[in-house]
Design a protein around this ligand. Structure first.
Ligand code: MRU
Length: 340
């Protein structure tokens, strides 16, 4: 396969490498991801993370394994193991469905390579279109609030919500971005803070519990988040803490926008109740660990509830900003996401 480089994926000499998103921002470390076992390990540990990126990394690995001579059966087995690596972000399943169609072709090796590269190029385009559509909704002098990480690290392109914010910043419309640190794994505090800094976008880091008082003080003009799955009725699964922001935004009369590519749509999923929510290890809540060190503060035997995502009901969402443009609550109520 040709050499390829995105913010957090690299193919070089037919090897797949990932930028370790658990090491950032203290260290910029590229790790090999050349077997199903290795990539699944990285996905579980969130060294590879973000809805679009998970699907793209799995697709690239399948194409590379095909080039190395794996049989169709072995590739199908690999595909199913990768599909099961994380349950909530539907981009993984959507991308792998496309790869499965390529695998069914007679000449499946070039078909898989072509499809994986096409998915990467498409994701760049999807991000670009989202940024264009979303930035039109950003008013001059905006103070935006964002949650988790939705930037170039999580996609092959400029990102989704962060792509919108970056484009609006280039248009001179951003006064400040409030960055939720995003407990428990700190995607906001570690990754979004780093990305916005690199992009030169003005931001201030806050703990998740500070959003309410900022909204009450009139310091937030709009909330922008990404999505891991959008159901047919417009309900959105995204990083845990998104739902509370949507409730707060509604109470304070602040627009709440979801930015996502069409690969995040799940028309077969009727509503948020049907979205599988990943449960994660207790250790992520009883303490914290990363390249900055590790600490445990809770009692060793503390019982923990740790869902990685929550569901925001469609009724709390002001607009779904897709690559195809801005979808309104009226269009969603009319069933636009349910139509294939
Ligand atoms: O657990 P993560 O870090 O993979 O969760 C990521 C999110 O929730 C993002 O907001 C979402 O995937 C959109 S990324 C463009």
């Amino acid at each position: 396969m040709q050499t390829l480089q995105t913010t957090s994926l690299r193919v070089s000499e037919n090897q797949l490498f990932i930028l370790d998103q658990q090491a950032l921002p203290q260290a910029s470390r590229w790790l090999e991801a050349n077997s199903v076992e290795s990539l699944v390990g990285h996905i579980h540990a969130l060294r590879v993370r973000g809805a679009p990126l998970i699907g793209l990394s799995a697709s690239l690995l399948l194409a590379l394994l095909a080039e190395r001579g794996l049989t169709r059966d072995a590739l199908l087995q690999a595909l199913e193991i990768l599909r099961a690596s994380r349950p909530t972000a539907v981009n993984l399943m959507n991308n792998l469905d496309r790869m499965k169609l390529a695998l069914a072709e007679e000449d499946f090796v070039p078909a898989l390579v072509t499809e994986a590269l096409r998915l990467i190029e498409e994701d760049k385009q999807l991000c670009e279109s989202i940024a264009v559509a979303g930035s039109e909704l950003v008013k001059p002098g905006s103070r935006l609030l964002t949650h988790c990480n939705t930037g170039g690290l999580a996609t092959a392109g400029v990102g989704t919500a962060i792509g919108v914010i970056h484009r609006a910043h280039q248009q001179g419309k951003i006064a400040n971005v409030w960055v939720d640190e995003t407990r428990p794994l700190l995607q906001g505090g570690r990754l979004t803070a780093w990305e916005l800094g690199e992009l030169g976008v003005p931001y201030q880091l806050i703990t998740d519990s500070m959003a309410a008082s900022l909204m009450a003080k009139g310091e937030v003009d709009a909330v922008w988040v990404g999505a891991d799955r959008i159901a047919a009725n417009g309900d959105v699964a995204n990083k845990i803490g998104t739902y509370s922001l949507a409730v707060l935004a509604k109470y304070h009369g602040i627009p709440f926008y979801v930015a996502a590519p069409q690969t995040t749509l799940d028309s077969q999923c009727p509503n948020g109740d049907a979205i599988p929510i990943e449960q994660r290890a207790a250790s992520e809540v009883t303490g914290v660990a990363g390249s900055f060190g590790a600490v445990q503060w809770a009692p060793e035997d503390a019982k923990v509830y740790n869902p990685a995502f929550d569901v925001t009901p469609a009724a709390l969402i002001s607009g779904w900003v897709l690559d195809t443009g801005v979808v309104t609550p009226e269009q969603v109520a009319g069933g636009i996401f349910a139509i294939k």
